[in-house]
Design a protein around this ligand. Sequence first.
Ligand code: CAA
Length: 291
Amino acid sequence: MEINEIGVIGAGQMGNGIAHVLALAGYEVILNDIRQEALDGALASIRKNMDRQVSRGKIDAQTMDAALGRIRTSLKLRDVGPTDLVIEAATERETVKHAIFEDLLPFLKPHTILTSNTSSISITRLASRTDRPERFMGFHFMNPVPVMQLVELIRGIATDEPTFASCKSVVDRLGKTAATAEDFPAFIVNRILMPMINEAVYTLYEGVGSVRSIDESMKLGANHPMGPLELADFIGLDTCLAIMNVLHDGLADTKYRPCPLLTKYVEAGWLGRKTQRGFYDYRGDVPVPTR
Ligand code: CAA
């Protein structure tokens, strides 16, 4: 099936990145959120990130203007319904995602493919609450979306082949690479990445290293572009904790228990970059470790 118009639900850091790359690839995009400020913020971020691509010679100004012209915003889920493909990128909480799909169903065209950008929640379970489990998939982008090459494609137990082929063709048109993952907790990237981040938090919790020494060790000793604590702040500590809980609950293995220090940061509302405080404090000119 040919995909022309794509609805993106949730205008946070993932949703705005997804809208950005889809519009640049020539898709008509409807970006939806329940808050006008989120939509305004998303458009500002997209403009800033595209400006950066223009100044680095990755795209020209005309391409940027045309892409921005392909993004419409809406506060109403009904506007997302008549698209060919929906990518849900709302908060990483299963109840929120179920509610969104339930509210969206009455407005969908029969052929609309539903997908979720969930980083860990069961695709089969999300699909089972809709009227089209065979036309439902996981479509998981990495952050920052305009830079990261990978998209994980996850089939639920009922996903049919035309749905998979349509989603794969979108990934190809974005110039990104699709990795196929089976529908088990946290799929591939987060099944491996999150226990590493959680272990870095344990390393801090047990006093083996400081924030700075842990991050420096992994940057200089393992050639990671960001240290694990810096990366956790970048992803969002609430998202990291949510994924560890999905692994712990879904695989019932104590090796996935979230570090109590990670829980404490989330309880404090220190969620990383988005709240300006996490393992680093971002309120000044340079990030300062908080421990
Ligand atoms: N939009 C567009 N371009 C962007 C961008 C954005 N949001 N952020 C960075 N860039 C571009 C820059 O313009 C720059 O482009 P050039 O190479 O053409 O110069 C390039 O990316 C590198 O950026 P910077 O020079 O500013 O910074 P950097 O070299 O420190 O790289 C980084 C930044 C790409 C984020 C790098 O630190 C990195 O790769 N970090 C690891 C990211 C990662 O692991 N992401 C996965 C997280 S896990 C996930 O997303 C899954 C999940 O479900 C939680």
